[in-house]
Ligand binder design. Structure first.
Ligand code: FES
Ligand SMILES: [Fe+2]
Length: 439
């Protein structure tokens, strides 16, 4: 097989290390409390966070709480239907205002002295208003409001009052995902697990596919994991993308039928035996088949997707901690997110969501957790090492804890990256841009 040489790769894909400074990825970034606090002060308090899904805030009065480290943010759909974000703290004497994760309320009443705030954050009621020397607090007190906006069926907030607009922060991800109509998707799996590792393990891991042959050996059956046949893109905004073709890898034995690939094709009435040794042609035929029969089978999302989106894996790493992968499996998407522990740099929460378009007539859809009802899932909080998150996700998690241990070693000073892992260093350089005042 002809592989492009490095010079061609640089010109073609924008994913070359020649675009980077070469900042060292040192171990202390993963365990130092001082580094954790710099991330808080200079990065987490300035980026946009996903606070909730729009589906959780469907009606006026619906609310959801997003706790991030020691901070807590209240996301609300107000009486006019607008999304709003407030620090979840009472302006009287600092009691945490809302203690439940989500719900519906006409107003928010503090459990301490009963101060009550409307959905727009304005203070509506206090006890003994004429006993305040400065006048009735209802005249001037509001919950502290944060920038809030929605995109992709997600409600976002930033702790930076001067945050750039959400769509500018996300650029060009909304354009790249425009065919997916994420805001119409259903979250059919929502799982969260505490992991004994720094949050950046996931950003690193999802910024490379070099680990596929060892950690996910099964994937070569239906994913072209060979770097020379993969597109890598890095954007000035700090977000990255990788596109892997959905076809048996050149690393696999293309003349040995594989059950996963056979099932993949059989779902669209194709016989893998007819395509042995011809993975690229099988992929093109699969695109044709899906377009031909998909809409009549209720897969209306197919009309919006381009040919590549019908078969390939579009893997977006959104700085700093969100990964969104468009898959060819019923138009579904994987979403991964890690968030730091409130105090311990060596712990994080890892979330996995499966999003799926509505498929007319389908009551269940295939996911990493098996067939799941095509309906909004409740949060499942799992125990690491005990409860499976599902399929390949557990394979990714399986290496995270041992890497965290290894990063403490005096024998580790920097990563020695392959070109196809350039996005890993890029992620750390964007983080350093925040920490060192360049962003
Ligand atoms: S702290 Fe909330 S009413 Fe007093
Ligand atoms: Fe992986």
């Amino acid at each position: 097989m002809n592989k492009p040489n490095l010079q061609q790769l640089k010109a073609l894909d924008g994913g070359s290390s020649a675009n980077l400074r070469g900042d060292a990825i040192t171990g202390d970034r993963y365990y130092s409390k001082e580094f954790m606090e710099r991330e808080w002060d200079r990065m987490w308090t300035r980026v946009w966070h996903v606070g909730a899904r729009v589906a959780q805030l469907a009606q006026p009065g619906d609310y959801a709480v997003h706790n991030f480290r020691h901070e807590s943010v209240l996301l609300v759909r107000d009486g006019e239907g607008q999304f709003r974000a407030f620090y979840n703290v009472c302006k009287h004497r600092g009691n945490r205002l809302v203690w439940t994760d989500e719900g519906t309320a006409p107003a928010f009443s503090c459990a301490y002295h009963g101060w009550t705030y409307g959905l727009d954050g304005a203070l509506q009621h206090v006890q003994d208003p004429d006993n305040f020397a400065g006048g009735n607090p209802c005249d001037d007190v509001r919950l502290e409001e944060l920038p809030c906006d929605s995109w992709g069926g997600l409600v976002w907030y930033s702790m930076d009052p001067d945050a750039k607009p959400l769509l500018e922060f996300l650029h060009p991800i909304p354009d790249l995902l425009r065919n997916r109509n994420m805001d119409e998707m259903v979250r059919v799996v929502w799982r969260k697990v505490d992991v004994q590792t720094n949050w950046k393990f996931a950003s690193d891991n999802f910024n490379e596919s070099y680990h596929l042959p060892t950690v996910h050996p099964q994937m070569k059956a239906n994913i072209e994991e060979d770097w020379a046949n993969t597109d890598f893109e890095m954007y000035p905004s700090g977000h990255n993308r990788m596109i892997e073709k959905g076809q048996p890898s050149r690393r696999s034995d293309l003349f040995v039928p594989d059950a996963v690939w056979s099932d993949f094709l059989a779902a669209w009435d194709m016989d893998a035996g007819d395509w042995l040794g011809r993975p690229a042609e099988a992929r093109i035929e699969l695109q044709r088949r899906k377009r031909e029969v998909g809409p009549a089978r209720g897969h209306h999302y197919i009309d919006r997707l381009n040919d590549e989106e019908l078969t390939d894996y579009f893997h977006h790493t959104i700085f700093p901690n969100l990964t969104v992968t468009g898959t060819p499996i019923d138009g579904g998407m994987h979403v991964f997110r890690t968030e730091p522990h409130p105090t311990d740099p060596e712990r994080c929460t890892f979330e996995y969501w499966a999003l799926t378009p509505v498929i007319e007539g389908a009551e269940a859809v295939p996911t990493v957790a098996g067939m799941m009802p095509l309906a909004e899932a409740e949060l499942e909080e799992l125990t690491y090492g005990v409860d499976p998150v599902g399929d390949f996700v557990d394979q990714d998690l399986s290496v995270a804890v041992m890497q965290q241990k290894g990063l403490h070693s005096r024998g580790y000073r920097d990563a020695r990256l392959s070109e196809q892992e350039t996005r890993v260093r890029r992620f750390h350089e964007v983080l350093n841009d925040y920490l060192e005042g360049r962003r």
